[in-house]
Write a protein that binds this ligand. Structure first.
Ligand code: AHR
Length: 518
């Protein structure tokens, strides 16, 4: 496909819209001219797979990559705080990955929100920021750079929801209604979840209100156990069918093996024939296949058999805009018709091939994208590394697989200054080292200026002559220090116990090493 999109200026919304429609027509023509062999071609992406299987995508949303091998349009729109200007973020190549550098350049020196997530399908079911609903007020968009991850070897951004954030399209085309069959999956994260209602992606009401049982058919991911029993601690892939998050026809789980899935990247899948059957699957989006956690009749409570879907699409909230939930979204599609298990498996294989979160190829340096572990240099502790433990940042020896994952960090462009760095957790995508009341923690990036500043550290030569020291961006007299095995930002003033002068230069000097968990 040769069409180009003007990524620098979307004030000409009509032109952008027309280009998107043209891109859709070209994609449709290409699809209709394509033989079944396309399905097995290297560039067969999730919507090519579902299309070839007879269940075409009617929605395809992603901030990270194309979901059709021929798609070359915009993925999402960002708006910057400094002057209110908007731009579209597209792809590095047709069928490829998001052009995150374009976002970095447009948003340099300010902050951006994602204001629209485009539908790559010919249906143009684009998601805009959700308005007020029965259970929640006006939402906001997600900070555009809160969830830097790697996909296909490129640095891209996922969408990180911190609560009171959501997207919606109440006027869709082709999405299942009133008992029609459909399927959907999303790639989310098992490390950024909560038990509030409702981190959803899928079919919802067209008026942001709870209009009754069976009026939704959406994926839900989180730790909210609506119907007992739920086994383990979650988070679980559940079906939000309205007035309930279902793990089975009984509501609660009938599957003691389904204790949830905590992988950093999770494939969540739901399909529903709209009449008498639905199924739930989960999987590690970085490796392996899918597991079916439920497959059977619709819920036995009144109103779900047949279903009464209304055909809106929601992302990040419940059907009535219940918006207390947090979550992560990288990509998701909805289909017309009930997908086959074979197509689901092929989609999972394609997702795994993306290598979400995988190595950038750069390790052991302070260049953005590099994966590192950080070793203490004080004589007591030269075998200890910075790790997170119970959300705190500490130093400890590393031996188990958990230790290794907790002690691995991805260097990111400084969240408050591109001449400094931030440290994203390897196994908690979207979580960063930040200080709060001078202690250092691992926390999800919430997009606020305070978080950005607290999570930004400026490397200088190590104060004891070894490695590097990391100056706090917003407390420029303080450096990242270990004291009694806990991390702080500290100086030598003595104002706090961790500001002791003894062994200061050693405690603030760190060797940036190869990652324990590349
Ligand atoms: O079904 C769970 C939630 O209940 C829905 O998402 C919401 O509309 C209602 O509050």
């Amino acid at each position: 496909m040769s069409q180009r999109r003007d990524d620098r200026n979307v004030s000409a919304n009509n032109r952008t819209r027309i280009l998107r429609v043209l891109a859709g027509i070209v994609a449709l023509v290409a699809a209709s001219l394509t033989t079944a062999s396309t399905a097995s071609a290297a560039a067969s992406l999730p919507c090519d797979i579902y299309g070839a299987a007879g269940t075409p995508c009617v929605a395809a949303h992603s901030t990270t990559r194309a979901l059709y091998g021929t798609y070359n349009g915009a993925l999402y729109q960002v708006q910057r705080a400094s002057d209110g200007a908007k731009t579209n973020i597209g792809l590095l190549a047709a069928g490829g990955y998001a052009n995150a550098a374009a976002q970095d350049s447009f948003c340099a020196g300010t902050t951006c929100l994602i204001t629209e997530i485009y539908d790559q399908s010919p249906r143009h079911n684009d998601l805009t920021i959700e308005g007020p609903g029965g259970a929640g007020g006006q939402d906001t968009g997600v900070p555009a750079d809160a969830l830097p991850v790697t996909a296909g070897g490129h640095q891209v951004y996922g969408a990180s929801f911190s609560g009171r954030m959501g997207y919606r399209d109440n006027s869709t085309s082709g999405v299942a209604k009133n008992g029609q069959p459909e399927g959907m999956y999303m790639i989310t994260s098992g490390t950024h979840v909560n038990g509030a209602c409702c981190f959803d992606y899928g079919n919802a009401e067209t008026n942001n209100q709870d209009t009754g049982n069976g009026h939704m058919d959406a994926l839900n991911f989180g730790t909210e156990c609506w119907f007992q029993p739920c086994h383990g601690a979650g988070p679980w892939v559940q079906a939000d069918l309205e007035n309930g998050l279902f793990q089975s026809s009984a509501g609660g789980s009938q599957n003691t093996a389904n204790t949830g899935i905590t992988a950093p990247f999770v494939t969540a899948l739901l399909k529903n024939n709209g009449q008498n059957f639905f199924a739930l699957k989960d999987g590690n989006a970085q490796s392996g296949g899918l597991r079916t956690t439920y497959s059977g009749p619709e819920p036995t409570r009144a109103g779900y058999s047949p279903m009464h879907q209304e055909g809106a699409i929601v992302l990040g909230t419940g059907g009535d805009n219940s918006n207390g939930s947090i979550g992560s979204f990288f990509e998701g599609v909805m289909t017309a018709g009930l997908p086959t298990d074979a197509a689901d498996n092929a989609v999972q294989a394609n997702v795994v091939s993306v290598g979400y979160g995988g190595p950038t190829g750069s390790t052991g340096t302070l260049n953005p994208g590099s994966e590192i572990s950080v070793r203490a240099t004080t004589a007591c502790c030269t075998g200890d590394y910075i790790r997170h433990q119970n959300d705190n940042a500490v130093i400890s020896p590393v031996s188990s697989t958990l230790d290794k994952n907790d002690a691995t960090w991805i260097v990111r462009r400084g969240l408050a200054s591109s001449s400094c760095v931030s440290f994203e957790s390897r196994n908690y995508p979207g979580d960063f080292l930040r200080h709060f009341d001078f202690q250092v923690y691992r926390q999800p990036m919430d997009g606020s200026a305070a978080f950005r500043a607290d999570a930004t550290f400026c490397p200088v030569a190590g104060k004891n002559g070894q490695g590097s020291s990391f100056r706090s961006y917003n407390y420029s007299g303080k450096y990242l220090r270990h004291y009694n095995n806990t991390l702080y930002i500290a100086d030598t003033s003595g104002a706090h116990t961790w500001d002791a002068a003894g062994s200061y230069n050693d405690d603030v000097s760190w060797v940036v090493a190869q990652p324990w968990a590349p």
